[in-house]
Ligand binder design. Structure first.
Ligand SMILES: *Cc1c(COP(=O)(O)O)cnc(C)c1O
Length: 440
């Protein structure tokens, strides 16, 4: 380990004050703050990372079992990404993308488009996170139809249990009632479907602007896999009806499913492809919405025609984020990442079999380097969700050196691609022990 000793002293002295400041003044996402602020709760303070390992303020080390909420690809503290950010930092940290451009952003746009060999996705709109990447696609789709004389085409089709982010637009197309249900009255018009079987009963498909889906696997639904061929079929259904297809590859993008993008596996090329999380290798907030020349062209015209897309954020195309993203793409090429991932995916499948036989495991799901392990009272019976068994298993696994978070009772395992065989094996055993301790 290359962890530094000087931060130890610093953190030890500051630790208590830091926890007080946090509990008095921060508000954590997806967190019941009463439990968080309880004096008995000792927050995990992460101070350093190296490869797939994170270290906390007490000097304990963990495998980053969910890649810091699905963002990290090549490991923490990667010399090439560090150097790229430092290099850009020496020039300028941020300049506006409104009325000017910058080298990392222009180069990144070109390189992202080049990842689609058929050259169908040719335009990149930058924003800050997965939710905004979705928000952009939704607004582009609606305006596209307005500019084409079809303002009535303003509804979306989205899937049950989908998760597309938490801003109002992105949560409109979300299908997890517990997260977004209370805001339903304020949402965009959306028809929800459970599977392809429901497509037949969609009313007035000619007023649907776009369909949105997480291809191959629904992440926040608990790593739920779509049947093979489903994406292809959905895409064909959209084509016949002229409905635009938005693919949310915020989680699946950049190799997670074994190919650079999940959509490649079913040879589907969407009208919009939304990317975030892994785009910078998990370093900085950056997102991209890729679209086609056909969509882009419709927004062209004289200023007075008011075809311009009025959307943007202050930090759009931030040079530091774009520099990190370029370095991450270099790593894919120079370190042969996708090739090297193949045996690791196979090894993960092998190790997961150990878990599948456990009497408290209901189902094990894997898509590329993403795994979900669903636990239950027995192999058929779920636990009542209020028991928070999944969270308890993760807490127990933490004592055995694995850091991850569940989705309800599904334990997520998706470490950085640089994880070693030894670390992966240890992670599986930490989950096994966690399940044993919590479920027995
Ligand atoms: C995380 C996620 C989002 C939202 O991204 P944020 O950066 O958290 O806003 C959207 N879609 C999917 C599939 C995600 O996993």
């Amino acid at each position: 380990m290359l962890f530094s000793d000087d931060t130890d002293a610093l953190i030890a002295a500051d630790h208590d004050a830091l926890v007080v400041a946090d509990k008095q003044h921060t508000w954590h996402p997806f967190t019941q703050m009463r439990a968080w602020c309880d004096p008995a709760h000792e927050p995990l303070v992460l101070v350093e990372g190296e490869g797939a390992i994170l270290r906390d303020s007490r000097g304990r080390e963990y495998l980053d079992g969910n890649s810091s909420i699905w963002t990290n690809l090549h490991g923490h503290n990667h010399p090439k990404i560090n150097a790229a950010i430092r290099d850009q930092l020496e020039r300028v940290a941020h300049v506006s993308f409104l009325g000017s451009t910058n080298a990392p952003a222009a180069r990144l746009a070109e390189r992202l488009c080049a990842l689609f060999p058929r050259k169908n996705l040719t335009r990149v709109f930058f924003s800050d996170n997965g939710s905004t990447a979705i928000e952009v696609a939704l607004k582009m789709a609606v305006q596209y139809w307005q500019l084409g004389g079809r303002p009535d085409r303003n509804r979306f089709l989205a899937f049950d249990r989908a998760y597309h982010g938490d801003t109002a637009g992105a949560s409109s197309v979300g299908g997890i009632a517990g997260f977004h249900g209370r805001f339903a009255d304020l949402h965009f018009p959306v028809d929800r479907i459970g599977s392809l079987d429901d497509l037949a009963s969609v009313k007035n498909p000619d007023t649907v602007a776009a369909v949105i889906i997480e291809p191959l696997v629904q992440g926040a639904a608990g790593m739920r896999l779509w049947p093979e061929g489903m994406l292809r079929e959905l895409s064909a259904w959209c084509d016949v009806r002229g409905i635009l297809l938005i693919l949310d590859e915020v989680m699946t993008g950049f190799g997670r499913t074994g190919t650079m993008f999940a959509c490649e596996q079913e040879r589907v090329f969407p009208d919009f492809l939304c990317l975030a999380k892994g785009i910078t290798g998990g370093y900085l907030p950056l997102a991209a919405t890729l679209t086609t020349e056909r969509i882009h062209e419709r927004f062209l015209g004289e200023v007075a025609e008011q075809k311009t897309l009025y959307y943007g954020h202050s930090y759009t195309a931030n040079p530091l984020g774009c520099a990190a993203a370029l370095a991450s793409l270099d790593i894919f090429e120079e370190e042969n990442v996708l090739e090297n991932l193949k045996p690791k995916i196979a090894r993960m499948a092998e190790l997961l079999r150990l878990l599948a036989e456990h009497p408290n495991v209901r189902e094990v799901r894997q898509c590329g380097f993403i795994a979900g392990i669903e636990i239950g009272a027995d192999q058929q019976t779920p636990y009542p969700w209020t028991e928070l068994r999944g969270a308890q298993v993760c807490e127990a696994a933490r004592k055995h050196g694995l850091l991850t978070r569940p989705v309800l009772d599904t334990i997520v395992l998706m470490p950085p691609y640089c994880v070693t065989d030894e670390q992966l094996t240890a992670a599986i055993h930490a989950i096994l022990r966690g399940i044993d301790e919590v479920c027995r």
